[in-house]
Ligand binder design. Sequence first.
Ligand SMILES: NC(=O)c1ccc[n+]([C@@H]2O[C@H](COP(=O)([O-])OP(=O)(O)OC[C@H]3O[C@@H](n4cnc5c(N)ncnc54)[C@H](O)[C@@H]3O)[C@@H](O)[C@H]2O)c1
Length: 335
Amino acid sequence: MSLKIGVVGTGYISHYHARAAQALPGVELTAVVNHRHESMAPFAATYNIPRQYLTVEALLAEGGIDAVSINTPNSLHAPQAIAALDAGVHVLVEKPMAVNAAQAKEMQAASRRSGAHLMVAHCWRFDEEVLWLKGEASRLGRIIRTTGDGVHVNWGPGGWFTQKALAGGGALADMGIHAIDTARFLLDDPYPVSVWAKIGTYYTDHDVDDTGSIIINWDNGAFSQIESGWWQPHAGGPEANTQLYGTRGFGSLFPTRLSLPNPEKERVDEVVPGYPHPRDEHCPQLMYDTQMAYFIDCIRNNRTPNPGGAEGLINMLIVDAAYQSSLSGELVAIA
Ligand SMILES: NC(=O)c1ccc[n+]([C@@H]2O[C@H](COP(=O)([O-])OP(=O)(O)OC[C@H]3O[C@@H](n4cnc5c(N)ncnc54)[C@H](O)[C@@H]3O)[C@@H](O)[C@H]2O)c1
């Protein structure tokens, strides 16, 4: 039987999710939700979506839907996801999963109550170069530290992204979270122990941050340095670029390669998988296709998704702790 999917929100990322859903056999893009009919109608026409609703509640009341992908402003993620989960509808929610960890916990609880799956769209876990580096990372020995960036250079978003009430946070919640999740994935999902951060708004007059430096201490002894930003004059690399410093070598994403010192032969061996750098499209449709295929597979095989509510919540705990640390100037412990 085919799975019936609804897309909630009809902006930038909804197009990627809609294309991904339509490319999958046995998946029907059945419904779309947007509070503005004039945004929803052209989206529905583009993807030939028969059912249109102004609210998630109206869609759920009518039924006949198995899963939704929620791609709205961050402050709507929790109420829309909880409504769907409580109705037994599986949820793929965009990152950041909520505006804070408290909301993320409520979403997880709703998923547990109904048994409907909750997946968080930490999309870099589905990127082929990230997966290549993860597969090779054991060659680096013990990874001592990582660095990485979630930074827009000479550019930043507008609209709801820059309003605290709708977005929850700024560049850290929007972009830094990509680098945080990628580092954590490459480290095999350790738990954060404490966070120190310096975060501020220097390039814009928004009521959210446009600049941040964060240090995360993990329970395996490694630590990650993350830069977040919009409108920065420079970045260490493109979105989610990550560097791994191990006891036996160095690994990097974008450009993607390993550098393995070989003391016996007094040389450094470079392992270069040959991905083009820079890529044609840094955030390719393929990454979102793989992500959607995984979500559908989790539903069909009743598997808990990873990245699920647990991964999304950990990222929110880190983000919350970073904002707190920047306010207090202190290292913030994560229970
Ligand atoms: N993983 C990624 O690569 C990636 C990229 C971009 C955005 N995102 C995330 O996706 C989410 C959406 O971002 P975007 O860039 O598509 O934003 P966007 O502004 O382009 O789209 C947001 C959409 O939500 C709709 N919307 C607003 N209020 C609504 C409501 N009450 N009910 C239904 N729809 C409503 C808007 O009309 C719009 O269609 C954000 O959480 C963002 O962080 C993720």
